[in-house]
Ligand binder design. Structure first.
Ligand SMILES: *[C@@H]1O[C@H](CO)[C@@H](O)[C@H](O)[C@H]1NC(C)=O
Ligand SMILES: *[C@@H]1O[C@H](CO)[C@@H](O)[C@H](O)[C@H]1NC(C)=O
Length: 159
């Protein structure tokens, strides 16, 4: 809100009525959007994860408030890859056809956790090339969230 007050203040300093009115309209629009979005869940995720090559990691992402995601489409992507799909799940089943082959047989969601809105991704046997920015989407939510995975070389790994 404080941003808008600053905005309004700077607008009023210009002694012009039109910009002031526009600001009020924008303010009202933003408020009504915030109102309708807050009725639904949003996603929260870890900011970043650090792992060593060969580790199994959990990229944490969940709905708040915790609505069930069991029957929702859940999508994990890495937009810097082509195909960008890391893990896609529809009607409780993984959709393997769209998956980037680099992630074959290394991804899973926690089935029991989905009903608590927890759509965290388990990524097994991480490689150096897995380092990057991952996005978590759930069908009912407007905004995706991202998590950065950093993978370091392990002393004993061959990757
Ligand atoms: C998938 O990974 C498991 C180890 O977690 C391995 O035992 C299995 O053979 C792999 N399946 C395929 C099809 O590569
Ligand atoms: C989601 O489930 C995973 C696996 O059980 C767990 O490690 C993680 O802490 C859970 N996240 C939340 C927010 O409960």
């Amino acid at each position: 809100m404080s941003v808008f007050f600053i905005l309004m203040k700077s607008r009023m300093l210009q002694h012009s009525v039109l910009p002031f009115c526009l600001t009020v309209v924008v303010l009202l629009l933003v408020q009504s959007c915030e109102g309708s979005l807050s009725a639904k869940s949003r996603l929260i995720a870890d900011k970043g994860i650090v792992a060593l090559a060969g580790d199994d990691v959990i990229l944490s992402c969940s709905l708040v408030p915790a609505n069930s995601a069991s029957s929702q489409t859940v999508v994990w992507t890495r937009p810097d890859l082509d195909p960008k799909y890391i893990h896609v799940q529809k009607d409780g089943q993984p959709v393997c056809s769209s998956q980037n082959l680099l992630y074959f047989n290394r991804t899973a969601l926690f089935e029991e956790e989905l009903k608590h809105g927890n759509v965290s991704l388990k990524l097994s046997r991480v490689k150096i090339s897995d380092g990057g920015k991952y996005f978590c989407f759930v069908q009912s939510v407007v905004w995706a969230v991202s998590i950065k995975l950093t993978v370091g070389k392990s002393a004993v790994s061959c990757f």
